[in-house]
Ligand binder design. Structure first.
Ligand SMILES: [Zn+2]
Length: 306
């Protein structure tokens, strides 16, 4: 059975292990901090690859940033990774075949091959965290677009209120339906609705209210917190309805930290009552936080094993 060395390059840590062609992890998972400069980054790649490459068939990377169509380079600037990262040609890092994929795409592929979306040839994986990421599997293939940057679902514009996103554009879906979006809705509601005057958080300044506060507030039956969460949920559902109508997927899989706060069957029912295509299933992710490494390994295997 083929073995793949898979390396996940995140903004703060770098993880790696050996994975077989079924997506099973067959070695200890090693971790180290992500180097802050490009020379140290190249050194650590060299060190990891030279100690494993004789034992593996292929090498895979899951990384932050947009990856080119030939899966050899990271093309976008990635604020958490060192300057010059874009200059690395991953295919030259080893004599073995090397494959690099965007981490959200890789995680989506793992969800499709080994996780919640097994057998769903049309599925969308939505990562709800401080932002919104996504990966689209269309007719069993990864959606890449003309440049490899397709699937930037967090930047989908969902209304025209003029809310400023962290990317400085206005009204991106992620400025409403991410963890950051929930916090912004909490501030907006506190400043605009008298419901805040009777809230358990009324003595806080609106800016201090956290996502965690809102979740705690709901448990304590706080009307303000419940209203904030309803606004957030509606913004989430609005985006999911649009995606369902366009892609007609078998499933939408929700991953990321905010996923734990949603009731999938309630959201599924709301979406299915408003769409023009056949019903969609809303599922929670199963592949876990190793999904990036697993997906990159499976994609490398698929590309190089033929
Ligand atoms: Zn944005």
């Amino acid at each position: 059975m083929a073995k793949i060395l898979s390396i996940d390059v995140g903004g703060t840590k770098l993880s790696y292990c050996i994975i077989n062609e079924k997506g099973e992890i067959i070695s200890k998972i090693e971790k180290t901090s992500t180097p802050k400069n490009i020379e140290d980054m190249k050194k650590i790649f060299h060190k990891i690859i030279s100690s494993y490459e004789k034992d593996v068939d292929f090498i895979a990377f899951a990384t932050a940033g947009a990856v080119n169509l030939s899966n050899t380079k990271v093309e976008s600037s990635t604020p958490n990774l060192p300057e010059g990262y874009n200059s690395i040609d991953f295919s030259l890092l080893s004599k073995k075949h090397v494959y690099v994929e965007n981490d959200a795409n890789a995680a989506a592929w793992a969800e499709y091959k080994t996780g919640a979306a097994i057998g769903d040839n049309n599925t969308i994986i939505i990562t709800l965290g401080t932002g919104i990421g996504g990966g689209f599997i269309i007719d069993g293939k990864m959606l890449r677009g003309k440049s490899g940057r397709g699937g930037e679902v967090g930047s989908m514009k969902i209304n025209s209120k003029g809310r400023i996103c962290t990317c400085r554009r206005k009204d991106c879906w992620e400025s409403y339906a991410s963890g950051t979006g929930l916090k912004t809705s909490a501030v907006e509601l506190a400043l605009s609705d008298d419901i805040f005057k009777t809230s358990i958080f009324k003595d806080k300044t609106p800016d201090e209210i956290t996502t965690y506060d809102i979740i705690e507030g709901i448990k304590k039956n706080d009307s303000y917190s419940k209203k904030v969460f309803e606004i957030w949920k509606n913004d989430l559902i609005t985006g999911l309805i649009g995606l369902t109508n366009i892609f007609d997927p078998e499933s939408i899989v929700i991953s990321g930290g905010m996923g734990q706060f949603i009731n999938t069957s309630e959201i599924e029912e709301k979406i299915n009552s408003e769409i023009v295509v056949s019903p969609v299933k809303i599922k929670l992710a199963k592949a876990g936080n190793l999904a990036g490494m697993i997906g990159a390994a499976l994609l490398a295997f698929q590309k190089f094993s033929v």
